[in-house]
Design a protein around this ligand. Structure first.
Ligand SMILES: [Zn+2]
Length: 508
């Protein structure tokens, strides 16, 4: 763990890079729920860098955020300290006259936890919280970039209170955080304050946990202890982890002022949850979410389309493949626990199939396909969006069964995911347009029908027939609700498929 020290901007030369370094000094010690930002860009700005942009959204949130709403007092200065003319061009954009003369930019940003907005409230885990004993900082809520300089490196110092600890996946040396680009910074939240710390390693991958718990109820050591089986199961499922380090950041307070949850990043994930007594049920709910976020290192962080790879912070652009990013992730995060023996088959059937069927059927609009949920997530789809965790996960589970059926138990969705990681991976996106064709090519022609019916269209999901293929019975006795259990009298074929469905296969 590293101690936080307040340093004036002591940034060394980073002149090997082509784009000018953005040197930020940020102060989070205010009692006014405000982040004060000062930016001194390295020399090299041109007339083309005349718009300073704040994020309209951020990767993995599928939410319009318009960070510009929280920004005030935006000013730009030349070398002599003379103010340059600034015009607010739109909610997230400030246009600066003579950008080549900029020596410094300053502005204030209201924290998101304690700032009321009329519409589009920002999920807590994607926002910011400043208090006397901690600061939670998702960097897109206070950093921006000059038009054309989204890939400029960033050097950031943050003035916090004395004695604060720091948790982040960013490189942090001598009080300075370093990011390769704006995108990299946005991918790396920072938690500071009164934190507990624990670590372990998974094969050779260091895993770090930092936790803020308002009343000290939950510690990093507790979380790690509860997470160990899940991490082991994730490794068995993935064989080789596609990261060389990973950081969990936890924020617990008794009454969180908004939507709680977690947000995934390439080398970390961040959780904002209500602080409760750490009993078994609570800790297992926390671990379930951690399993989901951790699996995101695969989808979408390793397998995604060009829409995610070249992220558009100016205008939110949906990707059709939300079924993969969130649906498959949710399925895998539950399935790996079952196949890894962390939860029983019956637990899996109850919570990951039975419960999800009920939620999909009772709480969401059935006329929405997974494709439509994806396409409208930033606009009219906000209400249906959460069904990606229910219907999306159920469809992924059915795809797994269909693949196992076609391959006679030899190749399921897990094997497809592992092949996709090998074939694509970071920096090599799949095509938004032809990805489904690609999956069909890699598997079976029949899989096209599956996508047409259950991803692109909203056909009723064939739970009963599919579950029977893997020896699971689906009954709806009157009044008793749905009962889903392993069959007692499986045929030889069903028993073989049941084994394939409940076990991680050895890879070819
Ligand atoms: Zn997710």
């Amino acid at each position: 763990m590293k101690q936080f020290v307040w340093l004036l901007c002591l940034v060394g030369s980073l002149s090997l890079v082509a784009q000018p370094v953005m040197k930020y000094s940020v102060d989070v010690r205010s009692n006014l729920d405000t982040i004060y930002v000062s930016l001194e860009p390295e020399e090299g700005l041109t007339g083309e860098n005349d718009v300073f942009q704040f994020a309209a959204t951020a990767p993995g949130t599928y939410q319009t955020m318009n960070i510009g709403r929280y920004v005030s007092d935006f000013k730009a200065f030349d070398k002599k300290g003379k103010e340059l003319e600034v015009k607010r061009q739109s909610i997230n954009q400030f246009k600066i006259s003579k950008p080549e003369l900029i020596s410094k930019v300053t502005y204030s940003v209201a924290e998101t936890f304690d700032t009321r907005v009329d519409e589009l409230p920002i999920y807590l885990m994607c926002g910011s919280s400043l208090e006397k004993d901690h600061a939670l900082l998702n960097t897109h809520v206070f950093l921006g970039y000059f038009n054309g300089l989204q890939s400029s490196p960033i050097a950031l110092t943050i003035a916090g209170r004395q004695g604060w600890d720091v948790g982040t996946a960013l490189k942090f040396e001598n009080g300075v955080f370093y990011a390769n680009s704006f995108d990299h910074a946005v991918d790396s939240p920072i938690l500071m304050g009164k934190l507990t710390y624990a670590d372990t390693s998974l094969s050779d991958t260091p895993i770090r946990i930092f936790t803020y718990s308002a009343n000290d109820k939950i510690t990093s050591t507790m979380l790690l202890k509860n997470m160990m089986d899940m991490l082991g199961a994730a490794q068995k499922f993935l064989i080789k982890l596609p990261v060389d380090q990973y950081t969990f950041l936890y924020h617990f307070e008794p009454n969180p002022p908004g939507t709680t949850g977690a947000w995934e990043h390439s080398y970390s994930s961040e959780y904002v949850m209500a602080e409760k007594d750490p009993n078994g049920a609570f800790m297992s709910a926390v671990t379930d979410i951690a399993s989901h976020e951790f699996f995101h290192i695969v989808t979408p962080l390793n397998i995604h389309s060009e829409v995610v790879e070249k992220f558009n912070f100016v205008s939110p652009t949906p990707s059709l493949h939300l079924w993969l990013y969130e649906g498959v992730t949710e399925w895998a995060s539950n399935m790996l626990l079952m196949r890894g023996g962390v939860i029983s088959v019956q637990d899996y059937l109850d919570n990951s199939i039975n419960f999800k069927i009920k939620v999909d059927e009772k709480h969401f609009d059935k006329t929405w396909s997974l494709k439509k949920i994806a396409e409208e997530s930033f606009t009219t789809g906000a209400k249906q969006y959460a069904n990606i965790y229910y219907r999306g996960s159920l469809v992924a589970g059915l795809l797994d069964i269909r693949l196992l059926e076609l391959s006679e138990g030899k190749y399921g969705l897990r094997e497809l995911i592992l092949d996709l990681v090998d074939k694509y991976g970071k920096g090599n996106p799949v095509s938004e347009e032809t990805f489904i064709d690609e999956v069909v090519k890699m598997t079976y022609p029949e899989i096209r029908d599956f996508f047409d019916s259950y991803v692109l269209d909203n056909q009723p999901l064939p739970h009963k027939t599919y579950l029977a293929k893997v020896g699971v019975s689906f009954r709806e006795p009157r009044k008793k609700g749905l009962i889903i259990t392993p069959m007692e009298d499986m045929t030889k074929d069903q028993a073989k498929m049941y084994k394939a469905w409940t076990t991680n296969m050895t890879r070819r």
